[in-house]
Design a binder for this molecule. Sequence first.
Ligand code: NAP
Length: 262
Amino acid sequence: MTTPRHDFAQDSDRAPRLLLLGGTSEARALSERLAREPGVQAVVSLAGRTRAPLASPLPTRVGGFGGVEGLRRYLVDNGVDRVIDATHPFAEQISANAREACAALDIPLAVLAREPWRRAEGDRWVEVSDMAAAVAALGSSPRRVFLTIGRLSVPAFRAAPQHQYLVRSIEPPEPEELPPSCELILARGPFSREDEIHLMRERQIDALVTKNSGGPLTYAKIEAARALSLETIVVMPPGAQAESRLENLEAALDFARAKRPA
Ligand code: NAP
């Protein structure tokens, strides 16, 4: 039998325990606020995809839980009272696992989600539902394509080697995951609209591929593509779920502070 892991302080008269599923700027902003909340014990959970994540002001655990069953066990072993899912809109699996595990244990779960970007006047969007459709939408004639989709989604574009790619990611994909004709830029946003316009002009980009991740931090590329009248292949987020959605950080803090039932 394995000994349960305890990421939370083990005192008897304790503040409510919150598990914050993170990996986003929203989770980070909420962590900073929670670190100043004496009435809440919070632990952040990261998948471990980023090899050098930014330092967190809260205790942090890293790595998968081992599916729904692993997450369920973690919640029980650590006496977690509430869960906030502040993962990326495209991180479908962990959100589904959180829904299932919390429902099974009757633990309140809320989602701190971003609004997706909406098409504005001047945008030349082609909306698609997944990366395979984004690859197909580029067509068969060679183009100069800017990929800002996260390193894990880059391998899909090996299926269209006729294009020349500019790939931007925080950490490098493995060399064998890159399309053959490819320039790699390693950078962590946010980026300004002017810098995005400059980059797209300088590299003579004629199509941008992006996830519709929502939020302000990575929106400048959308504005730049609009200013340059570039075709933008937009992978739309998976459908919104019905669980309790938190509008903003204040609502998330109220949810985190709620007392446990006696
Ligand atoms: P995913 O497909 O939903 O999750 C795959 C597996 O990774 C999950 O089943 C879980 O493993 C583990 N996992 C994911 N998020 C976790 C977390 N916060 N804490 C502990 N384990 C986690 O997720 P993904 O798309 O690979 O994204 C991974 C992480 O990167 C997420 O936390 C997300 O917020 C962040 N992120 C994703 C994107 C994106 O475009 N997908 C962009 C920016 C940031 P087990 O089943 O073993 O528990």
